[in-house]
Design a protein around this ligand. Structure first.
Ligand code: ZN
Length: 288
């Protein structure tokens, strides 16, 4: 019996020894796993040190950082810049050509239109809206002696243009540009009356002079002014007109804008309008 107990005891010793060895091996494996995990963690830490702000940014800004930014820089070498193309005095026979060129470049613009021209070419007004451009008002007469005769005459011209545009398109636009711009004839009392009736006055900061220049000369004039404004950190608002010569060379301007990273935007109703500053230059029309 004692001999039997001794055999059991020895067997237990052998089993214990085998189990112990196996446990030690597992422990080594576990340590190795831990060190690999630690290595990964260290790797993550070093990534965070390269870009320590990445984790703290909200989801919406993550594309602006790190690798994503590097990728977008490869696609677009310059930051996106905004430009507002505006066309006055339409619609005319040239407007369709302007729309086709804008379409080719996937560009958007704003058209400040005259009431009699809208009445004459309602299908073109419709096309402007259908193609996703903004529509604004430029009055009725385009005659400074009539438009600026009184606060009431200016208001009546804009009201008439607004009603005609609405009857054609269903859009009640409050965007206005007064004939020849707001300086010098739009004095404070005119501005109060127009603003009091909900109109939003828009001037420009790039004058193409496309009405006086021949061939493609206006394009160079515009580009020079754009470069000056961009250097000053200001978004260009370009005045052009619905003229055949403007339409004929518009693709040259749009090519420049596209190659220099500009994105065209239409003027929205909720934008803060850009106005010329009157300083001491604004005065009433001298009565004749
Ligand atoms: Zn005009």
């Amino acid at each position: 019996m004692n001999k039997f107990k001794l055999i059991i005891f020895l067997a237990c010793l052998v089993i214990f020894y085998v189990c112990q060895s196996h446990f030690d091996l597992n422990q080594e494996g576990a340590k190795e796993s831990q060190s690999i995990a630690a290595g990964h963690k260290a790797g993550q830490d070093s990534t965070q040190q390269i870009n320590p702000t990445y984790k703290e940014l909200p989801e919406s800004q993550k594309t602006e950082t790190g690798e994503s930014k590097a990728e977008s820089e490869l696609v677009s070498p310059t930051n996106e810049k905004t430009v507002y193309l505006t066309f006055d005095d339409g619609p005319t026979a040239a407007t369709t050509d302007i729309l086709n060129t804008l379409n080719q470049f996937n560009a958007k613009a704003t058209f400040f239109m005259l009431e009699p021209s809208m009445t004459e070419l309602p299908e073109v007004v419709d096309k402007i809206v259908k193609e996703g451009h903004a529509v604004g008002l430029h009055g009725v007469t385009h005659n400074q002696n009539k438009f600026y005769k009184s606060e009431q005459s200016a208001l009546e011209e804009m009201n008439a243009a607004q009603q005609t545009l609405q009857s054609i398109t269903g859009i009640k636009s409050s965007l206005i540009r007064t004939p020849y711009g707001s300086v010098p004839y739009l004095t404070e009392s005119y501005r109060e009356v127009l603003a009091g009736n909900g109109f939003k006055l828009w001037d420009w900061n790039v004058d193409s002079s496309d009405w006086s220049l021949s061939s493609d000369e206006y394009v160079g004039t515009v580009i020079k002014q754009i470069e000056d404004l961009v250097n000053a950190g200001v978004a260009p608002i370009i005045l052009m007109h619905d003229k055949a010569n403007t339409a004929n060379h518009l693709s040259m301007l749009l090519t420049y804008l596209s190659e220099h990273g500009f994105h065209t935007k239409k003027i929205e109703e909720n934008l803060q309008p850009y106005n010329f500053n009157c300083y001491q230059r604004c005065h009433r029309l001298s009565t004749k």
